[in-house]
Write a protein that binds this ligand. Structure first.
Ligand code: AMP
Length: 222
């Protein structure tokens, strides 16, 4: 499954729910890059300046990273991708990588720009475990591990505006890549996370039924 949508649309939250509810692995390319930055890995050194400006890491690096990650055993039961693909080249590469895997579900979360800026400016993440919170809360500490909540370096307003520009330029064209497919759906991401989660779940269930009915129709003799 792929969660599409601009920064702040709720991809990470919904990807985590979907993964948990369906026994799938969540792969967030942003998380992988942030971990690489923290550990000082070569990938992180390369990605940090690009991420801090709100730009995109090269397709070559990202496609290689996702191809390797999807080849690992824990990805075999299925994955929810959060933050990948982000360009048409990445989507084309993903189609190639998944050629012999189950059908891809693509969910696009739609949220207006001013709401995205509001959400991202208020958002805080745990400096220790990376959990995300819509705001800093009362005592500014993580409910999961007690770590201090901080603002992501790319969530300040100037970088957020740049990320939204990059999204419109490089990622929005992906909607054309996927929109004609049977298992593509756009959802109103301005609703509460619970309401979005319910809609995602019911869309996936109904699409899965449509896809399997279509498969049965194609298999059955005329
Ligand atoms: P995210 O956590 O998904 O908002 O990603 C944070 C940053 O990581 C983005 O602004 C990009 O700089 C980089 N990034 C994450 N995923 C990708 C991707 N698929 N292609 C290029 N850059 C990415």
């Amino acid at each position: 499954m792929v969660m599409l949508g601009p920064p702040g649309a709720g991809k990470g939250t919904q990807a985590e729910r979907l993964a948990e509810d369906n026994g799938l692995l969540k792969i967030s390319t942003g998380d992988i890059l942030r971990e690489a930055v923290q550990s000082g890995a070569e990938l992180g050194q390369l990605a940090k300046a690009i991420m801090d400006k709100g730009e995109l890491v090269s397709d070559e690096i990202m496609i290689g990273l996702v191809r390797d990650r999807l080849a690992r055993t824990d990805a075999k039961p299925g994955v929810v991708l959060d933050g990948f693909p982000r360009t048409v080249a990445q989507a084309v590469a993903l189609d190639e990588i998944l050629e012999d895997r189950d059908d891809l579900f693509v969910i696009d979360l739609v949220v207006a720009e001013e709401e995205l800026v509001r959400r991202l400016s208020a958002r805080r993440v745990c400096g220790q475990c990376g959990a995300t919170y819509p705001s800093a809360g009362l005592d500014g500490s993580c409910e999961r591990c007690g770590g201090k909540l901080v603002q992501r370096s790319d969530d300040c307003e100037s970088v957020v505006r740049e990320r939204l520009k990059v999204y419109a330029r490089d990622t929005q064209p992906l909607l054309h890549h996927y929109s004609g497919r049977l298992n593509f759906a756009s959802i109103d991401g301005a609703q509460s996370p619970e309401a979005v989660g319910c809609e995602v779940k019911s869309i996936i269930e109904s699409k899965a039924t449509e896809v399997s009915l279509e498969g049965t129709a194609q298999e059955s003799p005329q």
